[in-house]
Design a protein around this ligand. Structure first.
Ligand code: NAD
Length: 312
């Protein structure tokens, strides 16, 4: 981590902001509030309308957004979306050919490590700069400007984007070269997926053994079972009043997103030959969870599946 440079929105120029969804929308709002000049675009008219209501300058196409940009920030659903947008689809031009030379492409979407490296490669080949900066902290963090950014970038590009990211986040971590931000994100979320399942299994086992939730929480949260899945996102109602279990598992972090992130982790496992049996199993368990209504519930709601399979 380096010293904070003084944020100077004017020095950055126009930021093309592409993807005004659950995360991108509030992130763009924070940039505008901090004085940055945006040209924002999303193919969904309702997303554009909502952005305009928050004072964000929108344009009618991605091409228009990037034509005078010095930074192109993408917050898109998947790596396929990012690569298609960069390259263009069906023979049409992509952002890389439409942006001015030496534009900094800043992708904040959660995508495969290999896709992030490919995105950087084609951006550099086209004469641009590239940074991957996936986030954690969810919609609440996006709204509050308290996201964590995990950044894969050359040192000089990290210095350029850091003040921009500091407007949207509280913790900005330079993880290494291109793709390292995504690498850190998948590793972290593999820990999270596996540990949440372990915490849920322990609560269900505790129920069967006659332990109250509070007793197990009091012991484990002060012992070696302590982890974020237990102490912040506790999957049973009661011990942590702010956890999603207390509001019928409204997310929070939706099961579909956990399933997605674990698939990205498994892709990385397969690409590297790392042994990650727990990660692979967690991915299968969350895929099954996300096939049903778990897709839209907090990922801690997996405890209900585990309890049901355990005979109630
Ligand atoms: P979302 O589906 O709500 O938003 C994505 C937006 O991108 C949509 O509005 C879509 O219309 C737009 N889009 C698609 N293609 C586009 C294009 N070519 N140009 C411009 N816009 C385009 O998704 P989200 O929840 O905002 O998540 C965005 C990314 O952030 C995902 O990669 C997700 O995994 C990651 N993420 C999400 C959360 C979360 O809690 N939602 C948390 C951390 C990371």
């Amino acid at each position: 981590m380096t010293e904070n440079p003084t944020p100077d929105p004017a020095a950055i120029g126009t930021i093309a902001f592409l993807g005004l969804g659950h995360m991108g929308g509030p992130m763009a709002v924070n940039l505008v509030k901090a004085g940055y000049s945006l040209a924002a675009y999303d193919p969904v008219p309702a997303a554009l309308e909502a952005a305009r209501e928050h004072g964000i300058a929108t344009v009618d196409s991605a091409a228009e957004a990037v034509k005078d940009a010095s930074v192109v920030l993408t917050m898109l659903p998947s790596g396929r979306h990012v690569l298609d947008a960069y390259r263009g689809v069906d023979g049409g031009p992509g952002l890389l050919s439409q942006a001015p030379p030496d534009t900094l492409f800043l992708d904040c979407s959660t995508i495969n490590v290999d896709e992030a490296r490919e995105a950087a490669e084609i951006a550099l080949e086209a004469g641009h700069r590239s940074v991957d900066a996936p986030v954690s902290g969810g919609v609440v963090g996006a709204e509050a400007g308290t996201l964590t950014f995990m950044v894969g970038a050359l040192p000089e590009d990290f210095e350029t984007v850091k003040p921009v990211l500091e407007v949207m986040g509280r913790r900005i971590v330079h993880c290494g070269d291109h793709g390292s931000g995504q690498a850190a994100k998948v590793c972290n979320n593999m820990i999270l997926g596996v540990s949440m399942i372990a915490v849920c299994e322990a609560f269900v086992l505790g129920e069967k053994l006659g332990l109250s939730h509070q007793v197990l929480f009091d012991v484990a949260s002060n012992a070696s079972g302590q982890c974020w899945a237990l102490t912040t996102n506790c999957p049973v109602p009661g011990p942590v009043p702010t956890s999603p279990a207390n509001r019928d598992y409204q997310p929070g972090f939706a099961g579909a997103l956990m399933a997605k992130d674990l698939r990205l982790a498994v892709n990385a496992v397969e690409g590297t030959g790392a042994v990650a049996e727990m990660g692979r199993l967690a991915s299968r368990i969350y895929d099954a969870f996300a096939e049903g209504d778990g897709a839209t519930r907090d990922f801690s709601g997996i405890i209900n599946d585990i309890r049901e399979k355990s005979g109630g």
